[in-house]
Design a protein around this ligand. Structure first.
Ligand code: 6PG
Length: 260
């Protein structure tokens, strides 16, 4: 195996949970462990949440009696990896989904919850979000903020955050947040870009269910084709990449790479 391939696998791990519900518990535990470690070291934990439907159950679990008193809510700086360019009250808003599933149910002050201000014009909202990230998330030697953890979901078309196939945003190497109209979903999205995502200390995909099995195989073991499969561009360095999946999503992956 080539050096680069070996290296890329060196900081990549694939974890198959024993059930879908267990995958959510495993994700919550991973977040809690990362948070406790970061807070012990630096007094705060910076996280970017994913959107879409998969994380809703995770957020509900984190807000449940079994978890909410374990989580140091007011030492965590909450961001989103992407947002639909809609009002924060819109049914398709990732912020609204997160608020209803979790934030409204936990003892959090709110000053540490940083949503995309979609009331502003889209490019301004993106620039403002980048500015807020730069103010709050400590940067590395290259001046790029390094999130402790960035959660991602995987679309069946291979997109993550709102970095969609063949979109110009895939080639953005200066801005950390951009707003872009995505024809595939007929809406404008605000999204973190690859320089920011790949600077994170830990990037975790939570990818569950049988409808993700095919794209997961293509992304992880298929030919390199990042224009068509943007998730192949997620290569944090020196950070850690974790795929947290369930058995149905792992169905098409070679057994030897599971739990690697
Ligand atoms: C969004 C998400 C997006 C999502 C994937 C997977 O705003 O929709 O950020 O990247 O994670 O599309 O979505 P599901 O979890 O609904 O399959």
């Amino acid at each position: 195996m080539s050096e680069s391939a070996t290296k890329s696998i060196a900081n990549r791990r694939i974890r198959v949970s024993s059930s879908t519900e267990q995958a959510y518990s495993d994700a919550a535990q991973l977040i809690l462990d990362d948070a406790n470690r970061a807070i012990a070291q630096r007094g705060k934990f910076t996280i970017a949440l994913s959107g879409g439907s998969t994380p809703k159950r995770l957020f509900e679990l984190m807000a449940s009696d079994a978890w909410k008193n374990k989580i140091p809510w007011n030492n965590i700086e909450f961001f989103w990896g992407d947002e639909r360019y809609v009002p924060p009250t819109d049914a398709s808003s990732n912020y609204r989904m997160t608020r209803e599933a979790m934030l409204d149910k936990v003892p959090i002050s709110g000053v540490n919850v940083h949503r995309v201000m979609t009331e502003k014009p889209d490019q301004e909202a993106a620039a403002e979000y980048e500015k807020t990230i730069r103010q709050i998330v400590p940067a590395g030697a290259n001046g790029v903020p390094e999130f402790d953890l960035i959660l991602l979901g995987l679309g069946t078309n291979g997109h993550m955050a709102s970095l969609f196939p063949h979109q110009p945003a895939l080639h953005e190497h200066r801005k950390l947040v951009v707003a872009e109209y995505i024809d595939e979903v007929k809406m404008t999205r605000v999204t973190m870009t690859l320089p920011l995502i790949n600077s994170a200390k830990s990037v975790v995909f939570v990818t569950l269910g049988p409808d993700k099995a095919s794209v997961l195989r293509e992304v992880i073991v298929g030919p390199r084709d990042p224009e068509r499969l943007p998730a192949q561009l997620i290569q944090p360095s020196p950070g850690q990449l974790t795929w947290l999946i369930d058995a149905p999503a792992s169905a098409e992956l070679p057994k030897e790479i599971l739990n690697s």
